[in-house]
Design a protein around this ligand. Sequence first.
Ligand SMILES: NC(=O)c1ccc[n+]([C@@H]2O[C@H](COP(=O)([O-])OP(=O)(O)OC[C@H]3O[C@@H](n4cnc5c(N)ncnc54)[C@H](OP(=O)(O)O)[C@@H]3O)[C@@H](O)[C@H]2O)c1
Length: 258
Amino acid sequence: MSLEGKTALVTGASRGLGRAIARRLAQEGAAVGVNYSRSAREAEDLVEEIRKSGGRALPLCADVSVALQVSSMVERLEGELGPVDVLINNAGVMERGDLGDFDYSRMEGMYRVNVDGIVIPTRAVTQGMKQRRFGRIVNLTSIAAHGTAMAGTTFYAATKAAVSLLTRRFALELGPHGITVNAVAPGFILTDMVAAGRTPDEVESLVHATGGKAMVRRVGRPEDIAHAVAFLVSPECGFITAQILTVDGGRMDYIAHP
Ligand SMILES: NC(=O)c1ccc[n+]([C@@H]2O[C@H](COP(=O)([O-])OP(=O)(O)OC[C@H]3O[C@@H](n4cnc5c(N)ncnc54)[C@H](OP(=O)(O)O)[C@@H]3O)[C@@H](O)[C@H]2O)c1
């Protein structure tokens, strides 16, 4: 177990990718802070599951875009499970729409979670990481930031482009202190985020169509992303930083129009 003795904070770990990441880091031996904003039951269930299998975990309610809530969360996590060595900035939201139909009043809220929600937790943990001269940070960006043509993702993609850029700039700033900062750019992974607002039939045909565009001919599973994250945060991974690791089953279709 490569993360024995380390403490990790996973934001948005109650559901979807964050849940799979938190579970995987616990399997690797890390004590895990399971952050959520609304889904308390799901977060508590995951913590119980980790504890039952011999791991250490703590459910932590905090809105990642609110600095005071994040600093209290980090203080509590560090008090109970130890200083944060690994931060996974996973929490995110998607507001759908393109130039013609996007409800722009929703942009600020999406920006706050997807962008401020990365800056604030990073600021909250890096002072300690610098003092200990060790840190691993992974941000969840998206292939949308590479310029996919998937309808309804124009403004979401803009927030993820900011995440990709901030990843490289944070890596530049934190590298001299022994801290690596990378991002994982998932392709289509079946979670609540992509299913929301769609009927089961619509989801099924979207999964079929999108899976068909991947070279491996399937959509992704949350565990595919957790595996990439576990690699990037391993102590041995100290010479990989400022990278965006695309995990999309081989998608090149977004270079052309759909
Ligand atoms: N699924 C995909 O295909 C895909 C592709 C590319 C990138 N991504 C990115 O991967 C990340 C995870 O996506 P997902 O598909 O797992 O989404 P999801 O199923 O909708 O889960 C989102 C998670 O974020 C949490 N969250 C939302 N707002 C929060 C806030 N303000 N503070 C703290 N936690 C908050 C939610 O917790 P609560 O329920 O408690 O609010 C939930 O645990 C996101 O950054 C997303 O943009 C996903």
